[in-house]
Design a protein around this ligand. Structure first.
Ligand SMILES: *Cc1c(COP(=O)(O)O)cnc(C)c1O
Length: 387
């Protein structure tokens, strides 16, 4: 049972600044997508070093729109990681294309470029890697592979705002990059997302599809002096981010450095206290030029004590007031993908092993070091006692 003393898996950091920002928009007379969202996009573009940024209603909407803007549709294939949240692959399926899973690498648990290369067919349009837990995947290899084979590179950075690879920020390294502002993510707008991209044509398509496929959006029409009738270019979606939420996003983005450094400190603390525990495999922190965003702290219960399963460990932690999580069970074994494409256990062994033993420990900027130490102490005690 959750009690007031429970240490949650995650918790958004919301203060007076966030609340005042929303209040300012509530009093402004313009609540839906307008000038505040435009400012948020501009600031996000600068933060990620990207050419264009388009705000949307969720990370899932970001993926869906980015795939459509990159021209994905029925008959196409997009290669992705099985070790991710359902939305990554679902978004591919929603366009009518096929999500093709390739195995992850056993060290960083991100989509393996070599495994992805083996899945390329005539139908492949692009590759969609995920920066799992905030650890950047091998963008240099993916860029080279995509360039060589004429594919697009779209990265799912729902975990990776603030991360960097080869010294450059995630968001500036692919044809397009998708972010999420769900309350668990590194910054939040309640619900929301962003697509960054390098080409102005893609940006234009994203903006068109975001708002009904209309040639001009409401805020632009509102600002115009002459009467103009917007025209449907192609049926689009209602995927915009309202000003009300962009105000929250701007405040949170301004605090990203502070949030990131707290996450980094807690990850170091976990490593210090858990590095000698034989039953666990700790997450890879990344090499030279890599900045990990530490969205999640995921360890593997790689050598469980007799009688204790990963799920049993989650339950034992919960009964001692500590919430943990499972991110994620391998997607190709979910019933939709199994039934549609005939996947079996054994097809993607690394993702299955990692997905079957992963455990996410509490991690959020407001977490106190004493709480993280308590998590480590309790975890070690459970592993010692076997329950
Ligand atoms: C959270 C998440 C998404 C979806 O984001 P929403 O904002 O919840 O729609 C997509 N991919 C990954 C890897 C995620 O963790």
């Amino acid at each position: 049972m959750a009690t007031s003393k429970t240490i949650p898996l995650s918790r958004p950091t919301i203060g007076a600044e966030e609340i005042n920002g929303i209040g300012r928009i509530l009093r402004s007379g313009w609540l839906t997508m307008g000038p505040e969202t435009a400012r948020f996009e501009e600031e996000f573009r600068e933060e990620t070093g990207s050419r264009h940024a388009v705000a949307v209603s969720s990370g899932t909407a970001a993926l869906h729109l980015a795939l459509l803007a990159l021209g994905v549709g029925p008959g196409d294939e997009v290669i992705t990681s099985p070790f991710t949240f359902a939305a990554t692959a679902n978004a591919i399926e929603l366009t009518g294309a096929r999500a093709v899973f390739a195995d992850i690498d056993p060290v960083g648990w991100n989509l393996s470029p070599a495994q992805a290369a083996r899945k390329i067919t005539k139908k492949t349009k692009g590759i969609l890697p995920v920066h799992f837990a905030g650890l950047p995947c091998d963008m240099r290899s993916f860029r080279a592979l995509c360039k060589k084979r004429g594919l697009f590179l779209l990265d799912d950075a729902a975990h990776a705002l603030g991360a960097a690879s080869g010294g450059r920020p995630i968001g500036s390294l692919a044809d397009a990059t998708c972010f999420s502002f769900h309350p668990m993510k590194n910054i939040t707008t309640g619900e929301g997302g962003m697509v960054t991209c390098s080409s102005p044509q893609i940006e234009k398509k994203l903006r068109l599809l975001r708002f009904h496929g209309l040639s001009i959006d409401t805020w632009k029409r509102h600002q115009q002096t002459s009467l103009q009738h917007p025209e449907v270019i192609r049926p689009g979606y209602k995927y915009g981010l309202p000003d009300l939420l962009s105000a929250l996003g701007r405040t949170q983005l301004g605090r990203l450095k502070e949030f990131s450094s707290r996450r980094r400190e807690l990850a170091k603390l976990y490593r210090r206290h858990l590095s000698g525990v034989e039953e666990l495999t700790l997450p890879h922190a990344g090499g030279e030029g890599t900045a990990h965003a530490w969205h999640l702290y995921v360890a593997l219960l790689s050598d469980p004590p007799r009688g204790l399963s990963r799920d049993g460990l989650v339950q034992a932690l919960r009964s001692r007031g500590i919430q943990s999580g499972v991110h994620y069970t391998a997607l190709h074994l979910h019933s939709y993908y199994r039934k549609k494409y005939g996947y079996h256990r054994g097809d993607l062994p690394v993702a299955e092993r990692v997905g079957g033993s992963c455990l996410s420990l509490p991690l959020y900027p407001l977490m106190k070091p004493s709480e993280a130490r308590k998590v480590c102490g309790t975890l070690k005690e459970i592993l010692r006692n076997g329950s």
